[in-house]
Design a binder for this molecule. Structure first.
Ligand code: SF4
Ligand code: SF4
Ligand code: SF4
Length: 159
């Protein structure tokens, strides 16, 4: 008997998500000012900040979600972060074709993880319920990313 869930898991591509920290002022020039001191990484209570390429800090949503505590920004000795009253970032998720539901396998793990109900499942004729994203309700927290059994969720920048 074919284990469909495992088959899709093996097929799925592992996504590398080099994600900027929240409230970073100038993502494009971040590496010019960041000294790689690691203070933001130590400050993050969710332990989602890791050393990425070149040792520069990045958020790894495979390790968890951003709770928007602002501790990383507060810990940074450089002038790299916007004030807390600004939006932390402009991003929202997309769900790719490896999604189990899109391949007729029942799964709602992402919606279960989303506090803002930005992912809702709608019944469809001839298949299982399908995820629909309300981008304007997505905070970009990343909480839905690690629960997805096939790594089908990626984060996209919004302009
Ligand atoms: S805002 Fe808080 S939870 Fe989010 S990355 Fe910074 S320290 Fe971690
Ligand atoms: S605390 Fe600031 S300077 Fe230090 S690694 Fe983090 S972002 Fe870079
Ligand atoms: S990133 Fe956060 S707010 Fe957006 S859909 Fe996922 S869990 Fe919901």
């Amino acid at each position: 008997m074919v284990d469909t869930q495992r088959r899709f898991f093996l097929r799925s591509k592992r996504r590398v998500n080099l994600q900027a920290l929240p409230w970073v002022k100038d993502v494009a020039n971040f590496t010019d000012l960041c000294t790689r001191c690691g203070k933001c990484q130590s400050a993050c209570q969710e332990s989602i900040i890791v050393a990425g390429d070149g040792g520069f800090p990045t958020v790894d949503f495979k390790k968890g979600e951003c709770t928007f505590c602002y501790d990383c920004a507060s810990a940074c000795p450089e002038n790299l972060f916007n004030a807390e009253e600004n939006a932390p970032w402009h991003q929202a998720i997309t769900i790719t074709e490896t999604c189990l539901a899109q391949n007729a396998v029942e799964c709602r793990s992402c919606a279960d993880a989303c506090d803002t109900r930005a992912i809702q499942f709608r019944m469809t004729l001839g298949s299982v319920a399908q995820p629909q994203i309300t981008t304007t309700s997505c905070t970009g927290c990343g909480a839905c990313i690690s629960p997805c059994p096939v790594s089908a969720i990626s984060m996209e920048q919004r302009v």
